[in-house]
Design a protein around this ligand. Structure first.
Ligand code: FES
Length: 320
């Protein structure tokens, strides 16, 4: 029997959940139940459902409130209404929010199965989008993100530490991760996005395994850091603020690293590399690169011995 989507049935009448479960489990669907909107929200936050079938009239958190919450927090989740007395107004609200279909109560097995099949097709049509996200973020990474969010959940002022820790794990803060954090902390996604945009230590772009900070301060500039930077850009084929395609290096420029006597200087991760030249910078990069970086197009310089003393001279100068 083919495995169907995971469905959460939300109804304050346990008999409705039981009856839907009996019909749908029999044909291979995986069913869970919640006796109200509040319980449904808790279950949706901690489980990976494909569809939610919900009653509209429920005490505390009603169906429309639950649907609005799902649309904001988990828009990929398909929603079907199970309702006994749909007023035109509530049905209009539900359709405008974007439900897939509705099942009238009491339902026959044939009607419930028919609507469920249509909802399942909706899930299948959505699948490629879902898989792309899953591929980019392995389950172990998502589990760690959720664990962090959960550990800060009810603590005030937790958004920055959660964002920092999640950035440490993922390497950056793409929209998918921001939304997951917003949902988990019950903070509007726009607020999380504005925090990420405001603080320079947050990044929305993927970062490399190693960050190169090249100093463009005066002392380094006078000693030729511009030609070193050009060499790095040339070899890694990226500009300042970018990351290599293989995500090994990210390149940043900074103003004075506080060790001007060693100029020209760059820091890779936590290591300082001093007295750089366009030639020796490749050796420095190679300490971090998983494969030797190309050296053929390297500097128009070579070491020669003149009167017993080693000197670096320009090849152009020698030829001229
Ligand atoms: S100017 Fe580069 S370390 Fe100070």
């Amino acid at each position: 029997m083919a495995e169907g989507p995971n469905i959460l049935i939300v109804d304050d009448e346990a008999v409705v959940i039981k009856s839907a479960e009996r019909i749908l489990k029999g044909v291979g669907y995986s069913i869970d139940g919640a006796l109200g909107g509040r319980e449904a929200i808790m279950k949706i936050e901690h489980n990976d459902y494909d569809l939610v079938f919900t009653d509209l009239k429920m005490p505390e958190v009603d169906g429309i409130t639950l649907i609005r919450w799902i649309k904001n927090s988990k828009p990929s989740l398909g929603i079907v209404i199970i309702t006994g007395y749909p007023s035109q107004e509530t049905m209009k609200d539900a359709l405008e929010i974007g439900i897939i279909d509705y099942v009238p109560k009491p339902f026959t097995p044939a009607v419930l199965l028919d609507v469920t099949k249509r909802a399942e097709q909706w899930v299948v049509d959505k699948k490629p989008e879902k898989d792309t996200v899953a591929e980019a973020f392995p389950p172990s990474m998502l589990a760690e993100i959720d664990r962090i969010i959960y550990s800060y959940k009810d603590k005030p002022g937790s958004s920055i530490p959660v964002l920092q820790r999640c950035q440490e794990i993922v390497g950056y803060l793409p929209p998918f991760v921001q939304k997951r954090i917003a949902r988990g902390l019950h903070i509007p996604p726009a607020e999380i996005h504005s925090i990420v945009s405001f603080y320079s230590f947050f990044t929305m772009k993927p970062r490399g395994d190693h960050t190169i900070n090249v100093c463009l301060g005066t002392a380094c500039y006078v000693k030729g850091i511009d030609s070193v930077l050009n060499k790095i850009k040339n070899v890694l084929k990226i500009d300042v603020g970018e990351t290599t395609e293989d995500r090994v290096f990210s390149l940043e420029a900074v103003r004075c690293l506080g060790c001007c006597a060693l100029a020209p200087v760059m820091i890779i991760d936590h290591d300082t590399h001093s007295s750089l030249t366009p030639k020796n910078v490749i050796g420095a990069l190679n300490k971090y690169s998983p494969f030797p970086l190309e050296t053929e197009s390297l500097p128009a310089e070579e070491t020669v011995t003149m009167g017993g003393v080693e000197e670096i001279i320009s090849v152009e100068g020698k030829e001229g």
